[in-house]
Design a protein. Structure first.
Length: 129
């Protein structure tokens, strides 16, 4: 069983809240987890994937990772960690899904997230902060 925890982006303060607890912020309804998809009071929650990258750093939704292709250490693909109904997956900058991340954590390296580092995926300031 994976550890369930969150962090959140505070849009007003432009600050990451680590160890975000949705229950304390009145967001959690044990019968309805759709709160994760809502932006409420300027807080954007992000769930921990339960995985760590090759350096032991926790991987969260909306993180930007480098996928290190094992056969060619020089080849690197930047992707965004996303959630859908089936699990966490990697999304390339061209909006094509790459793969589910569960089998690839050991070849991923977290380099930032889309809120603090939108330039990592070449999006500049178009990510709503």
């Amino acid at each position: 069983m994976r550890e369930i925890k969150f962090r959140a982006w505070d849009k007003a303060c432009k600050h990451m809240i680590n160890d975000f607890n949705p229950i304390c912020h009145g967001e959690m309804n044990i019968f309805d987890f759709s709160f994760l998809a809502r932006w409420r009071e300027g807080i954007i929650p992000m769930q921990y994937t339960g995985l760590k990258d090759k350096n032991g750093k926790e991987i969260y939704e909306e993180d930007v990772v480098i996928f290190l292709i094992p056969e060619d250490e020089q080849s690197k693909l930047k992707c965004q960690v996303m959630w859908n109904d089936c699990g966490f997956y990697l999304l390339r900058p061209d909006n094509n899904r790459v793969m589910f991340i569960s089998n690839y954590a050991d070849v991923l390296k977290v380099i930032g997230n889309i809120y603090e580092n939108p330039e990592l995926l070449g999006r500049g300031d178009d990510v709503e902060k």
